[in-house]
Each structure stands twice: as C-alpha cells, then as structure tokens.
Design a protein. Structure first.
Length: 275
C-alpha cells in the first residue's frame, strides 16, 4: 500500500498523461503483455491506441526490467515504478508522488490497462470528456452493451443516473434499459479504462482496500466503497470493446480485433538509438 501522502498538494497542470501500468507477473497469465498480438505485442497494441487518442503524453509505468527492455527501441516514455501495489491505480499514484508524470502535478490522469486490447482511441477521449461533464465525480470509466447470453466472467456494471453504482466479476443487472438498437442487450461490460481527478486518486490510493475490493479484486470498487461518484460513459457496442487478455485463450480469441489501420508504436530512429 502507498503511505505517507501529505495534505499539501502542489499546483496542478492541465496536461493529461495517459498511463499504462505494466507488470510481467500477472497471476493468471504471466508475461501476457509481451505476447504477440496483431503484429505487435499486447502492450504495443495498447500503447498505439493511447498514442492515437492524442489526449496527452503516453507513459508506461513498468514494474520490472522485462517491460522496460521490451520497449527500449520505441519512442515511448517508460518509468520504472516498482513496489508492492494492489493495482494500477496505486502504481499511478506512486508515479504522481514521485514526479514521474511531470510537474506541476496534472489535474487529470488516464489509466489504460495494458491488456485492454478492445479499447479504442475514441473511448479514451469519451472517458475524459465524461469526467469533465460530471464535476462531482472523481473517477470516470466506460462500459459497453452486450447481448451475449452470459458475461463469461468479465466485469459487469450496474448504472444509475449517469453513474456507475456497482462493479462485479459476477453478472450484475445493468440497472438501466438500453434504447433503440440496444434495447434487448443484457449486460454492461466494463472496459479497462479510467480517468481520475488527481487529488482524489492520491487520497484513495492511501486508503486501505475495502471488503468488496478485496473480494472482487477490482480497483474501481475503492471509489464505490468510499462513497465517491463514478461517472460512466456507455457505448452501444460492440461488446468487443471490453475485450482484455486474461488468459492464453483470450489471446487467441482476440486476434480478430486487431485493426490494420491502427498505426505501429512510434520507434526511435537509428540515430536516436545510438545516442
């Protein structure tokens, strides 16, 4: 856990970093971020999505040298943020406190999970705009409708009044009815993407996780359990927007999501590499 946050906050910047917390030691699929996917690695595909969103600087927060080494020839900013963190939110908070996301501290920061291969640049932009449109919310995230018979273990969302009111790895009733073409859809599937207000992220990263967060292993439940408003952007579909790589089977199933138009990760020129 992250401890020792002081009450004083430095001045804030309008720059919005897009952070990708990245670690090798995933419990269910170690090394998944460096697995091949669509002519890139999983991590490189997610980085390309973040770069194409043009929200702000893309920063990979690497848990160990294997991630750093894999990106050494790219033009991606990589910061080593090692520590005993429960989730990416805590890793981002540590990077903020250490000045690795820049000074002054940004007002907002985006967390794009390193295995969120279904996310699109437009979803990143919509999530940020959703947070801006809800001044009382300190976190925004995204869900997409699905008509599948079962959410198959993916994280589902219950919504009310433009907010997410619950998340679970079990099948939650969405709490709202779809309109038009999505009226018959059954589930709101969560997309691994967040936009935070920095000050509240730093505050909550210093809190102990609650019972629901520990039970579900879902970082966003810290906001719910601490009575924070979580703004929710909802997409009409497709459900593939919520695809993430949790197992080798997911890797095979998700290959069809790779878009030929998705540009490659920016790489250093040979001159830059020799510097």
């Amino acid at each position: 856990m992250i401890r020792g946050i002081t009450a004083h906050m430095p001045s804030l910047s309008s720059t919005i970093p897009v952070c990708i917390p990245a670690r090798w030691a995933a419990r269910r699929f170690p090394g998944k971020l460096l697995s091949p996917w669509g002519g890139k690695t999983v991590l490189e595909a997610v980085i390309a999505t973040a770069q194409e969103s043009a929200i702000g600087p893309v920063i990979v927060l690497a848990a160990d040298n294997r991630i750093q080494d894999a990106l050494a020839k790219t033009d991606v900013q990589v910061e080593r943020v090692a520590g005993d963190f429960l989730n990416g939110s805590e890793r981002i908070a540590a990077a903020l406190r250490g000045g690795q996301l820049g000074r002054p501290v940004p007002q907002l920061v985006v967390n794009l999970q390193g295995d969120a291969v279904g996310a699109t640049p437009a979803l990143l932009r919509s999530t940020v705009e959703t947070l801006r449109a809800h001044p009382a919310a300190t976190l925004a995230t995204t869900a997409t409708w699905s008509a599948e018979s079962s959410p198959s273990g993916r994280t589902t969302v219950r919504a009310s009044g433009g907010l997410a009111v619950d998340f679970s790895r079990r099948a939650l009733d969405p709490g709202i009815a779809g309109a038009g073409d999505v009226r018959e859809q059954r589930w709101l599937l969560h997309v691994g993407l967040y936009a935070y207000r920095t000050q509240d992220l730093l505050t909550l990263a210093n809190q102990a996780p609650g019972a629901r967060e520990l039970e579900e292993s879902l970082e966003q439940l810290r906001w719910i359990e601490n009575n924070r408003s979580v703004a929710l952007h909802i997409e009409a579909g497709p459900s593939s927007l919520a695809h993430a790589i949790d197992s080798p089977e997911d890797l095979g199933q998700s290959q069809s999501l790779s878009e030929p138009s998705n540009p490659p990760v920016r790489r250093r020129s040979s001159d830059q590499s020799r510097r």
